[in-house]
Write a protein that binds this ligand. Structure first.
Ligand code: SF4
Length: 211
């Protein structure tokens, strides 16, 4: 193992203990392939699965690995109109499994997400029976302020560019704490505990994933 891999594994081991105290189920996988296998092993066949916007769940190959013969899949990318998409977001609350990443995670085990529309953080907080969060160890920060700063400095600008939005960070690379119509930083949610033990399952991955 490289020193970085050893560091990720060591840090993840202490984070997993802290996450379990917070009511999360938590795992460490050294790479995306192992993470996809782990996520699939957590999902019962025949269940309904959907996901929030995330580079990580695409990069790991998890969405591509969902067999439509095994799961009822709600895919908002197949929606033809904004109305259909809104309906898709609402139906996600009744899914058995909601897949997502986190914009950052703290070394103390908190999940930090900043969302524009709010559907992703809403589903994380309440609705789907299970939420599976895949997150690369590159997104670990020491505490909540550092995690929020990470999102504005490193995650939102490339996400705004990916979504072809006209935000100040997309135009200049720097966050101006904007209130522009395209702003993707409407809701900042820190998930520090799950009342329903094990509902939120976190898979930490020893790779650089997402923004
Ligand atoms: S400029 Fe606006 S959209 Fe970009 S990171 Fe800052 S608050 Fe978010």
């Amino acid at each position: 193992m490289t020193p970085l891999q050893t560091y990720y594994e060591t840090l993840a081991a202490s984070m997993i203990k802290k996450m379990e105290k917070r009511g999360f189920e938590a795992y460490y996988c050294p790479n995306s392939d192992a993470a996809v296998k782990k996520a699939l092993s957590l999902m019962d066949e025949g269940s309904t699965v959907t996901w929030g916007g995330s580079m990580t769940i695409m990069e790991t190959g998890l969405v591509a690995a969902l067999n439509p013969d095994c799961y009822h899949i709600i895919d908002r990318n197949l929606c033809a109109t904004p109305e259909e998409k809104r309906d898709c977001y609402r139906r996600a609350f009744f899914a058995d499994y909601y897949l997502m990443s986190a914009n950052a995670v703290t070394a103390e085990g908190e999940l930090v997400n900043v969302d524009g529309n709010g559907n992703r953080v809403a589903a994380l907080a309440y609705g789907p029976n299970h939420v599976i969060v895949l997150v690369g160890m590159n997104k670990v920060e020491p505490d909540v302020p550092a995690a929020i700063a990470r999102v504005h400095a490193k995650a939102a600008p490339p996400n705004a560019l990916r979504l072809n939005l006209k935000t100040p960070c997309a135009l200049t690379g720097t966050c101006t704490d904007c209130l522009s119509p395209d702003c993707i930083c409407s809701h900042t949610v820190v998930t520090r505990h799950s009342q329903e033990k094990g509902r939120i399952k976190v898979i930490l991955i020893g790779e650089k994933l997402g923004y």
